[in-house]
Design a protein around this ligand. Sequence first.
Ligand code: DAT
Length: 174
Amino acid sequence: MRSSPNVIITGTPGVGKTVHCEQLAQDTGLKHLSVNQIAKERDCFEEFDEERKSWVVDEDKLLDAIEDEVLQGGYLIDWHACDLFPKSWIDLVVVIRCPETSILYDRLSSRGYHEEKLQENLDAEIFGVLSEEAREAFDEEIVVELNSEKDGDVDSNCARISEWVENWKKQHAE
Ligand code: DAT
């Protein structure tokens, strides 16, 4: 049994996963596990996708690489996918949303995304792809959606998640 929860922070690229995880790591002491970073550091890539100009993660390798740590509890798992993680590892899934697509457009274009990649991500956000994936892969009651559009949203979202983490710890204290 873990004494600290594992929380997935997911959503379309650019919605604000990293900023939330960084603040939450400070506020709660949970550790920020950036899948992009870990996959690079631990060589968990399958191939290079020429069309998307990005590396494809080998999910089995990734899960093997993080299993021992994650099972200890206390991780904020930051990635734009969530259905690969076993249900038994996860206590809460937070889907960060940015329904106002002009905001997301500006964030992604400032990253230099080319038009096709940009449109693909905007469509994913409009259709709620990550929310659906989260609800299909995990029990509905552990999935929450929070918007991150304007200044102040990050603080209020992190306050809510921190409160949830504290309650979880109290409920699971021996
Ligand atoms: P992700 O990790 O999901 O790709 P990010 O955390 O890097 O996204 O955030 C993308 C950009 O958007 C970054 O410049 C921070 C900004 N951002 C996110 N949420 C915001 C908010 N609520 N208010 C202002 N800026 C925000």
